[in-house]
Design a protein around this ligand. Structure first.
Ligand code: B1M
Length: 209
């Protein structure tokens, strides 16, 4: 198989897991730069995020692309580590205390990984103190909170307050069906994203200063 990076981008975007993995292995065998291989996959996920935001594709397609990227990055990871390519930013993500919904949160985590962030996924039902502990331990630049229930939304405020009280510099991003930009402003979060593609744009915008 020819290790053409444009074909790799297309395979990840189409969610063709086997081809994406094979092309990644072939590109490494050809001696191509691991960072260039990663950039080819990230370009695919950028496009997936845009198409999702534009309503051209839906959750299943996005999940399939994210899984193709996951399979390919697993092959690439040892080469990235050996080449000293480390993610520029770390994001801690979780569903807030009392809330067990994780599909949207997982998508956001996958898309952030696709954007080249290191993602520390704390899972569901995460208390404020756990977000603070992980953000501090991992020197995270972003803390991402998900909530799907109107009854658990107030727990987002507790996390924002705990992150600020701990003096952490991380930007706090919230999301989930019942959240709004107005609610984010009310609780002192740095922003709200309506979907996983928007979460990538928002994080990049906040990290750019
Ligand atoms: Co639940 N549930 N559920 N549920 N559930 C909803 C949310 C509900 C709207 C259904 C309804 O009544 N129509 C309703 C909430 C009503 C409300 O509060 N306004 C509800 C309820 C009431 C409940 C229970 C209380 C039911 C009960 O037990 N009586 C219970 C609560 C349990 C708990 O959490 N403590 C419950 C349980 C469950 C299941 C366990 C059965 C299951 C969750 C399984 C799982 O997640 N592993 C479940 C499901 C599947 C749903 C629905 C049907 C689907 C949610 C979903 O995964 N959507 C949901 C109804 C619905 O949304 N149509 C419902 C797909 C997902 C991709 O979208 O999560 O919105 P979403 O994520 C999007 C965006 O919101 C955004 O990006 C994602 C991708 O674009 N986003 C972020 C999400 N997090 C983000 C974070 C960001 C940025 C963007 O930055 C960090």
């Amino acid at each position: 198989m020819t290790a053409d990076l444009a074909t790799l981008t297309a395979a990840v975007e189409a969610g063709n897991r086997a081809v994406a993995a094979e092309l990644t292995a072939a590109a490494l065998e050809d001696g191509q730069d691991p960072k260039a291989i990663l950039d080819a996959m990230t370009a695919a996920m950028d496009q997936v995020g845009r198409r999702f935001q534009d309503g051209e594709i839906f959750v299943p397609e996005m999940l399939i692309s994210a899984r193709a990227m996951k399979a390919a990055t697993a092959i690439l990871e040892p080469a990235l580590v050996a080449a000293g390519v480390t993610p520029e930013f770390t994001a801690v993500v979780g569903t807030v205390e009392g809330d067990l919904h994780d599909i949207g949160k997982n998508l956001v985590g996958m898309m952030w990984k696709g954007a080249g962030f290191e993602v520390v996924d704390l899972g569901v039902n995460v208390p404020a103190a756990r977000f603070v502990e992980a953000a501090r331990d991992r020197n995270a630049q972003i803390v991402g909170l998900s909530a799907l229930l109107t009854t658990t939304m107030p727990n987002m405020r507790a996390v924002v307050e705990a992150v600020r009280a701990a003096g952490l510099p991380a930007k706090v991003v919230i999301g989930g069906a019942p959240t709004t930009p107005e609610f984010a402003a009310q609780i002192g979060a740095d922003g709200q994203a309506a979907d996983a593609g928007a979460a990538v744009d928002l994080a990049r915008r906040l990290l750019a200063g």
